[in-house]
Design a protein around this ligand. Structure first.
Ligand code: CDP
Length: 784
């Protein structure tokens, strides 16, 4: 049972203001580039202008002679220390600095260290690199051609194929398709996009020769995991490495991988014995760090005439760029893409994915996404709309006929997941009621008669978040649990530390609220600290909406351990048996005599001053939480668009988002997460793409052509919620941070396609620019 706490205590459900914002709104945040250490010097990367070229020579002489330059490190230098290559999170390897050849534009070739940033940048211009251009592959289909140039000559396998992965019942699915009376098929490309956090990546590496200790301040979403990687790759004893992630200005998955810049700054600091700072520019961030998506997908649904779905078949080509550096649990080469059966009761399914190398930046990170769940949700929600079009059944009605019924949870999907809880029909009903669906359909009919274009798009997505469980989820062997340690001070105030790391999600507030909920200590009295590997318990970090399902759960469990001990102390102080005590947030009292009570603050004081005989002093606990299952948040988004026939411009008139993330810790923060995620979804659907020309030149390498939505482009978001608690999470919560980015692209695209479906249009690939829409309208003879 969830007790309700007072606003002063601020436990679960209170929309308390974000504690961290006090410093942020005063401009007093402490980001990596705010770290200034005595004697600190600066690194700058030399990058390849070519997407594929033999590296004939790297001449550093002129650069080294520039006054103020301290060192220029090349791939050959790193090779001598066996550091020219590093392992990726997907059991591939990646060049730190190029040796032999370069494989994508902007690849790291040399690292210049100088007394100041400007000298380092100037000296980088003086590094003379001789390249011999090689044929470039940007199309993953062509990369699989038998005659295609082999990009990764370092591998034994002499082609560009990385992996084949499949799940489900191929034979059973094929048989259903052979007999099916209705089949719907869609080819959908989810373009390569980029998380583009406002703060780019960077670090300060500080090796202290006197203590032999390396401290790395870095923009890391997973500080402990990075420390372990540095220890294993660099051979530095792990206790001598301290990773500190200070405030982070947005991560969205971009700050999970280890980038060459970090390694080079560490090598430079080890070599020079001074702190070395390296901070990316915006273009470096967009052009060389972890991209997202780049999935070429085909989905087919078999159904009967009433629209009851019988099978799903999915085939995908995944473009991973030059190195397979996808950041995801190791056993899942295509992430959690097998959630692609979505919210629907599909008797059988089969899904296969092939990964391919091309001359593009490496990555494949979970951009506000639980490892390819965004691609999966987009594909199934698009495919369902195509089926609705094929059958001429209303898309809402078709969804209703196929939803997994609320009574069938926990539900085992044909691709192997056990969904914890859900009530899809309730979420869709609320969203449709809120937007006035039948009236909108009538309006659309009228508008069509007048030749106007208006569309309604629905997306009823299901998510899968909260990696672990440890039995299946690991990263390079490290199990995906997470942790919390709570210490209660004698005066009843507390500090709590976690293995996760906020990048703007408000953990300092929400974790304090969990402690407040469980112990009755006001959230204002709980300091939350993350990101310092010397003090926080080990954990796998924050991405893929895993913080609430893992560290959030660990926080509740650690607090409950403290409560157990507090009960013993209370019984001693109240001179009664533990069995006679009742708990309400903030105090233990004697059953039937509420006035005989001890507050948590009194108990905390006694833990250090009046300890029961036989009990250890102090009041603290640590919990490493291994979730028994993932959590499956869901929701329905409905979007209404109007299209200008003359220009192809799409205007989002309304957008209703109904989310269900189980029990909510802080409704204000959750709403903020949804607003932000919807805005990112809008950007992906309409504005953004990291594209490449035939020579491998990046086309979205700056904010001039990789567009970020501002308040001007962003529509008004109408949000609401249903609440279906997770049955296995300690306080019934599910993750939420990525739901809006996962669920919304399909709602936008479905709305645009719905506006032109009567013209015979089945699909338009993202980003849906006015130019693309105008061309569709021109082809259909609607505009001149
Ligand atoms: O891992 P990440 O923090 O990105 O995602 P999350 O666990 O979904 O949490 C995002 C933010 O929403 C955190 O501040 C959570 O504490 C908060 N949240 C909440 O208040 N209630 C929930 N049921 C889920 C998340």
């Amino acid at each position: 049972m969830i007790h309700h706490t007072s606003p002063e205590v601020g436990g679960m459900g209170h929309p308390i203001k974000r504690k961290e914002d006090l410093r942020f709104i005063q401009g007093k945040g402490n980001y990596v580039d705010d770290v200034h250490l005595p004697g600190m010097v600066y690194g700058h990367m030399v990058r390849s202008p070519y997407a594929h070229a033999r590296l004939k020579s790297v001449n550093t002489e002129k650069a080294k002679k520039l006054p103020g330059v301290l060192a220029v490190i090349t791939g050959e230098d790193l090779a001598k220390a066996n550091l020219a290559w590093m392992p990726t999170l997907s059991y591939d390897k990646q060049m730190v600095l190029a040796t032999g050849k370069v494989l994508f534009q902007s690849q790291e070739v040399a690292f210049v260290v100088a007394e100041d940033r400007y000298t380092a940048a100037d000296a980088a211009e003086l590094v003379e690199v001789e390249y011999e251009e090689l044929p470039v592959l940007v199309d993953p289909n062509k990369a699989l051609d038998p005659g295609a140039p082999v990009l990764r000559e370092d591998r034994e396998q002499k082609n560009n194929h990385i992996f084949h992965w499949e799940v489900g019942d191929q034979q059973g699915t094929d048989q259903v398709f052979q007999k099916a009376v209705v089949k719907a098929k869609v080819h959908a490309f989810f373009p390569r996009c980029h998380p583009a956090p406002l703060e780019t990546c960077g670090c300060v590496a500080d090796f202290n020769r006197a203590t032999n200790k390396l401290t790395v301040y870095m923009t890391s979403q997973a500080p402990h995991a990075h420390r372990t990687v540095f220890a294993l790759v660099g051979g530095i004893p792990e206790q001598n490495i301290r990773v500190i992630s200070p405030d982070i200005g947005g991560g969205f998955g971009n700050k999970v991988p280890v980038y060459p810049g970090y390694v080079c700054a560490i090598v430079a600091s080890l070599t020079l014995g001074v702190p070395v700072k390296w901070i990316e520019t915006r273009s470096e961030n967009l052009q060389s760090t972890g991209f997202a998506r780049d999935y070429h997908m085909t989905a087919e649904i078999a159904a009967d005439r009433d629209g009851k779905m019988q099978a799903l078949r999915v085939k995908t080509l995944a473009d991973h760029g030059a190195f397979n550096a996808a950041a995801q649990p190791t056993k899942f080469p295509a992430g959690l893409f097998s959630i692609c059966t979505g919210s629907y009761e599909l008797p059988t399914a089969f899904c296969e994915v092939d990964g391919v190398y091309t001359n593009k930046a490496p990555g494949g990170i979970a951009y506000r996404c639980s490892f390819r769940v965004t691609e999966a949700a987009y594909l199934i929600e698009r495919a369902v709309d195509v089926l609705a079009q094929e059958l001429k059944i209303d898309p809402a009605e078709l969804r209703r006929r196929n939803f997994i019924p609320a009574a069938k949870f926990p539900y085992k999907s044909p691709l192997g997941w056990t969904y914890d809880s859900g009530n899809y029909e309730a979420a869709m009903k609320l969203a449709l009621d809120k937007i006035g669906y039948p009236q909108l359909r009538r309006e659309q009919e009228e508008k069509r008669k007048q030749g106007e274009l208006m569309g309604i798009g629905i997306s009823s997505f299901t998510e899968i978040v909260g990696a672990g469980p440890a039995h299946t989820f690991d990263i390079l062997g490290i199990k995906m649990f997470d942790s919390c340690e709570i210490r209660i001070h004698p005066t009843g105030k507390a500090i709590a530390r976690m293995g996760t790391k906020s990048q703007g999600q408000g953990h300092e507030t929400t974790y304090a609220q969990i402690v407040a909920q469980e112990l009755g200590i006001p959230a204002a009295d709980v300091t939350v600290e993350e990101g310092d590997t010397d003090t926080a318990p080990y954990g796998l970090g924050t991405y893929a909406s895993r913080s609430t399902p893992t560290s959030g759960a660990a926080t509740a469990m650690a607090a409950r351990k403290i409560r157990e001990k507090a009960k013993k102390i209370a019984a001693y102080l109240l001179e009664c048996s533990e069995n006679d005590l009742e708990w309400e947030p903030g105090k233990f009292y004697v059953r039937g005599t509420p006035s005989k009570a001890k507050t948590i603050q009194e108990i905390a004081f006694a833990a250090y001053t009046n300890i029961p005989p036989g009990l250890e002093a102090g009041l603290e606990a640590v919990d490493y939480y291994d979730p028994p299952n993932l959590t499956f948040p869901f929701g329905t988004y409905v979007c209404v668009v109007d299209i200008d026939k003359g220009t192809g411009e799409v205007k989002v008139r309304r957008f209703v988002a109904v989310d269900d993330c189980g029990n909510i810790i802080n409704p204000m923060i959750v709403e903020g997460q949804i607003h932000g995620g919807l805005t990112e979804g809008l950007a992906i659907a309409f504005m953004q793409q990291i594209d490449y020309d035939e020579s491998g030149n990046v086309q979205g390498g700056s904010f001039m052509d990789y567009l970020l939505p501002t308040a001007v482009e962003t529509p008004h978001w109408e949000t609401d919620k249903t609440c279906t608690p997770s049955p296995h999470h300690p306080f019934g919560a599910k993750g939420v941070g990525e739901s809006p980015t996962v669920g919304s692209p399909a709602a936008f695209v479905n709305a645009v396609v719905d506006a032109v479906s009567h013209l015979g249009v089945r699909h338009i690939d993202m980003p849906i620019t006015p130019w693309k829409v105008w061309n569709v309208l021109k082809e259909k003879g609607v505009t001149g």
